[in-house]
Design a protein around this ligand. Sequence first.
Ligand code: NAP
Length: 264
Amino acid sequence: MDLHLKDKVIIVTGGAKGIGEAIVKGAADEGAIPVIVNRPGKEGGALASDLQSKGIDALYLEAELSKVEDCEMVICETVKKYDRIDALVNNAGKNDGIGLEDGNPEAFMASLKNNLLHYYVLAQQALPWLKKAKGNIVNISSKTAITGQGGTSAYTAAKGAQLSLTREWAVELLDYGIRVNAIIPAEVWTPLYESWINTFPDPEAKLKTITDLIPLEKRMTTSEEIANMALFLLSDRASHITGQHLFVDGGYVHVDRVVGTLKK
Ligand code: NAP
């Protein structure tokens, strides 16, 4: 299926690694122009160079998104180069474990800056361009917003707010034809996930206890599976979908996990 994304300028935050990287690569495969936004690090530049060496137009912008001025720079630089923005994928974030018992107000607010504020600032800054292009927004949230996790109040607050904002913006932007949707991943194999699993004494055993609980095929979701949903939502193939929370999680949140174990 042609997603009609050719030459669309798509900003992907956290685009250097994991889910963001898969969205960037998928967008490039569809002929879109990905704008890779990431903290300084070698991966973002290398990804952009790799795409450019294949004749694909791509822009890499280094930004610390917890800073409002960096978010503003991202929109300015994108528009300076392309004079348009067709879509924004708010994806950058990290489960940073600021809990209720052991956290503090400063750490809680800092986490909201890292995980939530830039979703709002980038959407706001991109809005004039999204209006022109009748573009759309995809917010990457997390199953922790629905299920809780324990020990991670700030991250779940940010992820829950991203779901609320998806509905709120879908309503506010109806008149402009701008669609806003969210994807809710659960367990996705990414560099972030790998570094988390490696904090356990026996990472392989820990991973198995997790994958055993994933109803469909007892395996992790791949970044590409999240990207496939994102690309569909970004495309005009999803032209009547807005305000939705799409679970791409192998049934983790909604499917009865006990049934799978009984069949063993
Ligand atoms: P990842 O592998 O760490 O990739 C995220 C990228 O975003 C990294 O390159 C990271 O840079 C960058 N980034 C994070 N915060 C940033 C900031 N403030 N400014 C600029 N760049 C920033 O993570 P991922 O697993 O793909 O996660 C992507 C999104 O999916 C996150 O919102 C996460 O909460 C969500 N999610 C993931 C899972 C999962 O199982 N993986 C499950 C549910 C939800 P650094 O490496 O320098 O930090």
